[in-house]
Design a protein around this ligand. Sequence first.
Ligand code: ADP
Ligand code: MG
Length: 329
Amino acid sequence: MPAIDVAGEFETIRRLFAPLAHPEWGRELRDDVAVLPGRPGHDLVLTKDAIVEGVHFLPTDPLDTVAQKLLRVNLSDLAAKGAEPFGYLLACGWSERCGWPERQLFVEGLARDQKTFGVSLLGGDTVVTPGPATFSATLMGWTPRGRTVGRAGARPGDLVFVTGFIGDGWLGLQAAQEKLALAPERLAALVDHYRAPTPRLTFSEVIRETATASLDVSDGLIADLGHIAEASEVGLDIDLEVTPLSPAGQAWFSTRVDEEAALVRLATGGDDYEIAFTAPARDEAVLRREAERRHIWLTCIGRVTEGRGVTVRHAGKPVEIASPGFSHR
Ligand code: ADP
Ligand code: MG
């Protein structure tokens, strides 16, 4: 795609993005690169997610929450790895609807979350597209050397945990599309979650200290647990009936006739941005204490076995799952 006209691109970078740049490393966005010193004794952890209008956010979503979602889905990856975020690179593909006020709103969302999560802008690229608006960010963080938590370390005997609640991402999308009949305050909470989920950065240090394998729940709990099972070459036995539901999730669940189908729907829906991880059973008490101190809901949803793949049970019986989560073509 062509770069946008020089005045527009230049104005956008100077007036909107430069104030967000890291005071030293970003070079006021006047150079071709950002330059930052390495942090002794640490590994640099990088992650990138792209979000596309009509796929990851709705054409009607306000652009400040789109910017927040962009940062948060990436921050969620760093949180799950036990990394401490510090900066990001940003690519903006503005669509027709992104005039100056929309760009300002986008930058307001970035500014809010930079403050909340302690990250700053290091550089990026700015283009326009005749297609749907598309944004991508590369987030960067540090972990003490060799301490990044991967997907491959789960061991038979470990327990499987998840932070927060499962299903609010999928329910939030339904709510944003006005497909749900719930009390207005429940719908509002779900839409907020869909538009700007909370990355579990306050739990990241605990993950680093205890988790044997960890990832964030973006595609659907069952699909994402499948990634841990595969990488770790273990089986995961998951109890569907203990799936943690938010107050809004419980309100929706209570309207369902088929409980098993409803739980499968929530556990395969995606966009939750909670952390699913495995940890040795002996660490359960420490985990519960640390979660409580941080006001994070923590649920043990199963255990790691000598088997292969994810086995889901409901009321003791194995459940057939046709589609464990979301996948792009
Ligand atoms: P180049 O000529 O190398 O493509 P650009 O004109 O695209 O450089 O960018 C000039 C400066 O502005 C660079 O420092 C770049 O990182 C920064 N920049 C451009 N777009 C963005 C953006 N969306 N967010 C942050 N920084 C940006
Ligand atoms: Mg460029």
